[in-house]
Each structure stands twice: as C-alpha cells, then as structure tokens.
Design a protein around this ligand. Structure first.
Ligand code: GLN
Length: 579
C-alpha cells in the first residue's frame, strides 16, 4: 500500500487524475482522503496577474472571473483579488457616481464592485483581503513607520510600498485555501498611480518563477474606413509593460471581429508570446457568456500548460450552461421598476440588476428593469410612471434627495397590490410611508432626513451615536437574523436562522413596533442579539417586503437569492391574474 502511494505521488499530475477517478463511490474513502492531502501538500499556489492595456473598461474583472470559473470547473480552488490604485482606503466613502456600487463582503469590507462579479461567478465568498487600495497600502506602511518597525530606515516606494503590495498578494495564497490566486491590477498600464503594482508584479514573477504568470488584456480596434483590425495599440502597450520589466505570457485581445491566424501570428511575433497564447475576446451578449467564449479559445488550457499543470478531460460547466440557456430563452417576461436616485449610472445598482438576472433565469423569465429616477416621481404623475409594472423595487441610498418620490412609489405599490421589495433605505421608506399614511403620523421620518421629526420611526443605531468618522464605520457585513414562522419571509427562506449583509447607520425604531404590528405591518425578521428589526412585511398585501440588509450581495448564478426569486415569481403570477 505504502509503495503504491509513493509511486503515484511521485507524479503529481497523475495524482490529480487518480483523485478524479477516486471520486467514484466505490473508492475507499481513506485512500481518497490521503491522496487529496498529499496533492494539496505538493501543490504550490499559482499566482496569475491580470493587467490591462490601451484603454480602461475592457473588462479585466470579467476576464479574471471567467478564467477563475474555468479553473474551478476543472476542479481547482480559486480566489480573485482586485488591487485598486486610488488613494481612498476603500470605496466606502465614494459616491456611486464615481465608481458604481460599493460591494460588501461577509466580513464587512466595503469593496470594488468587481468583487461582486467574482462571487457571482464562483459562488465563493470574498473578504477584506480580496480588495486592496493604494490608500490601504500607504496607511499600513505609515502605521508601521510610526510604530518604528522600519528601524530608522528611509521608507520608500521600493521596497517598502512594493513589499506591502506583495505581502497582500501572497496573503491569500498563504491561507492554504486556494490553489490559484488571480490578482487583477486596476487601471491601465502606463498610469502613474499603478506603477508600484506593476513593479510588484515584476518582482513576484521573478521570485515565484514557474508559479506566476501575467495575462495582459488589450484592445484590437477595427478601422471601418479601411476595414482593418489594428494591432499597433497592443504592440505599444506590451512595449510599455516590457519597459517596466514585465513580459506578459498571454494576451487576451478585445475585438469586434474575429482575429485570423495572420493577425494572431503578427501579435505573437511583436509581443514575444506564443501564437496560441493570443486569445480572442469577442464582445459577448452577456457577461455570463464570457467563460464559455474563453473556454472555446482554450484560455484555461493555455494557462494550465504555462503553469505546468495537468489538463484533465473533465470540465464541469453543465449548470452554468443550463443557467445561460434559461437566461437566453425565457418563457415569461416581466417589467420591474427600480426606483433610485443614481439610475443614470446603472453600475450603482450592479448587484441588484445581476440578482434579477439570476432570479429571472430560475423563473424562466426575462426581467426587464425600468430605471426610474426617484426625484421624478410625484403624486400627480405616479400612476403614469408606475402603471403596468410587474413589481416595484425601491433601492438603497443615503440622504434626503429623492426620498419623497420613493415614498410616493411605495404608497402606490401598497394601495394597488403591486409586488413591492424595499432594500435598506427602500425598507426604511416603506416604514415611513406606512407611518404617515396608515398610522397617521404625518411628519414621520428618518432622523437621517429630518433630525427634528416628532415621529422618528427610523432612527440612528445606538452604536452609531458617538461615531463621527465616515470611513468604515457603518453597521457592516454579515449579521444573523431570526425569521418568524407563519410569515411571507418564512415561506421564502424556509428556515429560522439566516445571515445577511448590512451597510447602514439607521434602523427601525422599536418604540413604534406595536403600533405597526397592530395596523398590519409586521416585523418578520429580527436580529437575535439586539432585537433590531431586519425584515418588515404587510400581512394583507400579495407581496410587500422590506429588508434592512442587502440580499443582492449574496445572489450568485449557482444560488439565486430566494427573496429575488420569490419577488419575480410573485410578479409573474400577478401578471397572469391580471391578463
Ligand atoms: N441611509 C440609510 C442608512 O444609513 C440606508 C443605507 C442604505 O440604503 N444602504 O441607514
């Protein structure tokens, strides 16, 4: 037995293959576990860096997530990290118009929205370590300097800032949880602010040797006047990388037209990469198609070969393909009104619109979002604005602007039995609306909007009252919630204990709870530690739910969020009844 192990463990590629066979039920579990243990022991973490050239917005995040998906489908454990070159410590203090939505992880990190894509693709939670900004790097280097950790040395970009960047990259590998760490370098090669990151990549590639590689995402523009694809911008961008000492191993080329053999050979020749490592990335109809396009181009195979890893026959993308099939060929169609104040920039509500895609597919339904600016809704035009919608979602947000339009939209949904879903500020507005129009507290408000309200039905959390600093000080991350039986929330979650992610300072004021419950708006989800109201619903309404947390952050392709699934389902059913 021992001899047998020794023989097969000598060749770890073969071991991976054997383990896959050992997944069969007849396998002796002990042997299988031993082999898995040995394989992990002999597997050094592989680091893949994704850089971008020519222009921003080419989709590095989606490329990183797609490659991760393919590696995961081949049985590897993968995580993705985003390095952002701006000086904010995290995007939590950024206006959504600046950078789109702020995504929140279980451990309460306020992060770039790309982390949302990573989770939606991989169905694996990310954490604080998955998003690092220049602000955070400098903050920790300066803290170390103040503590005297540098022992009198002059603190410099190289090596101190670059060392800090390298440590943050290797941190995820050191957890032992991942065989691959894919690190996306924000910005475009050539930007002054991303230079230390590119330098850190150069050093790591040198140090890690065969365990590291660089994928450069670039653009091949099409000149319609001459009908040609042009490779020059890509050549220049690779030259720039080479000036910094980084040779990319793979070039992924965004293009509107197919790259023929000649163009691939030309790019390969000018950029020192193998022709098969020039990957075509055609524009896709949905981001969820990109993993399949990358599979067709064999990006995963090129990566595995580059890193000297075995390429197995099996790649399990059946569920992914099933989801895409449903998404592309829906049986139903509904329109949901998304009422918010940042609707000009749809990225502000990225996780919500993606959660609708997941929930739509699981209901065989295309969910069309009608983006409605909350400031544009008034008592006079509300019918015209909202009539015909299958459901209304009132979005999260901060501050007074647009709040009255949200309240008007909620009144319409409540009185006309239109499915309503309120998230965070949307839930708070539903509480205010109910207090004003059902309980008769005419000046009911949140103390965020009117600190002098005589009926502060939404009030600052006790823990927030002494806080003055803005960054990272909200109630953030995952908190438990107990769902009450015999409620709509119970029929949706089908369990008592749930955990959802939060990002807010204000909360339902429990002094009013009895009044609300007597009048028909009940608290169906409560935080077990502090008694905070996390879910409200109206008993005699077909579907009216407000949640203090953000369910959209936890919706993934593999696990569409049940609240979104049931909301879409309610909208489909009510539409059937009306027609
Ligand atoms: N502004 C509200 C609060 O801080 C709601 C926040 C949100 O919608 N994320 O409580």
């Amino acid at each position: 037995m021992k001899f047998y192990f020794k023989k097969i463990i000598k060749n770890k590629h073969k071991t991976a293959e054997i383990i896959r066979n050992f997944e069969r039920p007849e396998t002796v579990p002990l042997v299988r576990d031993y082999l898995k243990f040995k394989l992990n022991m002999s597997f050094s973490t592989k680091y893949i860096f994704v850089t971008g050239g020519v222009t921003s917005s080419l989709g590095k995040g989606i490329l990183a997530a797609s490659l991760a998906k393919l590696l995961q489908a081949r049985g590897y454990t993968v995580t993705i990290q985003k390095l952002d070159p701006y000086i904010n410590v995290d995007p939590g203090t950024l206006n959504p118009y600046e950078h789109g939505e702020c995504f929140v992880t279980d451990d309460g990190a306020e992060t770039d929205l790309d982390l949302g894509h990573y989770e939606r693709f991989l169905n694996v939670p990310t954490s604080q370590a998955n998003n690092v900004t220049t602000g955070r790097i400098y903050q920790s280097v300066i803290e170390k300097e103040r503590r005297g950790d540098y022992l009198g040395k002059t603190v410099q970009v190289i090596p101190h800032i670059t060392d800090e960047i390298k440590n943050r990259i290797k941190l995820l590998g050191k957890t032992g949880n991942f065989q691959f760490v894919i690190t996306e370098i924000g910005g475009t090669v050539g930007d002054i602010e991303s230079l230390p990151y590119v330098e850190a990549v150069r050093q790591l590639k040198w140090e890690l040797g065969k365990d590291a590689m660089v994928i450069h995402l670039t653009l091949i523009p099409y000149l319609s006047t001459t009908g040609e694809l042009k490779t020059k911008p890509t050549q220049h961008s690779v030259k720039l990388l080479l000036e910094y000492g980084v040779q990319p191993d793979v070039l992924v080329c965004r293009t509107e037209h197919a790259l023929n053999r000649d163009i691939r050979n030309k790019i390969a020749l000018f950029c020192n990469v193998a022709p098969h490592a020039v990957i075509e990335a055609r524009d896709a109809s949905t981001i969820y198609e990109v993993p399949l396009l990358m599979e067709e181009e064999q990006l995963d195979v090129v990566v595995l070969n580059q890193l000297n890893l075995p390429v197995s026959e099996n790649i399990d993308l059946a569920k992914w393909k099933d989801f895409l099939q449903k998404f592309k060929h829906p049986k139903h169609h509904i329109k949901i009104g998304l009422v918010g104040k940042y609707v000009e920039l749809k990225d502000s509500y990225k996780s919500i619109s993606e959660a609708f895609i997941h929930a739509g597919a699981s209901n065989d339904c295309k969910v069309e979002i009608d983006w409605i600016h909350s400031e544009s809704i008034t008592d006079d035009n509300v019918i015209e604005k909202l009539a015909g919608l299958g459901g209304i979602l009132v979005a999260p947000g901060f501050g007074q602007r647009g709040i009255e339009g949200k309240i008007t939209a909620i009144k319409y949904a409540r009185e006309n039995n239109v499915p309503f879903f309120g998230i965070c500020l949307g839930m708070q507005c539903a509480v205010i609306e109910f207090a004003r129009n059902v309980l008769g507290f005419k000046d009911a408000n949140s103390t965020e909007m009117n600190p002098g309200s005589t009926n502060p039905v939404i009030d600052l959390l006790e823990a927030q009252k002494k806080i003055t600093k803005k960054g990272g000080t909200m109630r953030l991350g995952s908190y438990p919630c107990n769902v009450s039986e015999n409620t709509k929330a119970w029929t949706i979650y089908k369990q008592k204990e749930i955990n959802e992610r939060h990002r807010h300072r204000y909360e339902f004021n429990n002094e009013y709870l009895q009044d609300f419950e007597k009048a028909g708006m009940i608290a169906s989800g409560i935080n077990p530690e502090g008694g905070l109201v996390e879910i409200v619903e109206i008993k005699d309404h077909p579907w009216f739910l407000g949640v203090q947390f953000h369910p959209e952050y936890k919706s993934t392709v593999a696990n569409p969020h049940p609240l979104f699934v049931h909301f879409v389902k309610a909208a489909i059913e009510i539409k059937k009844l009306v027609h």
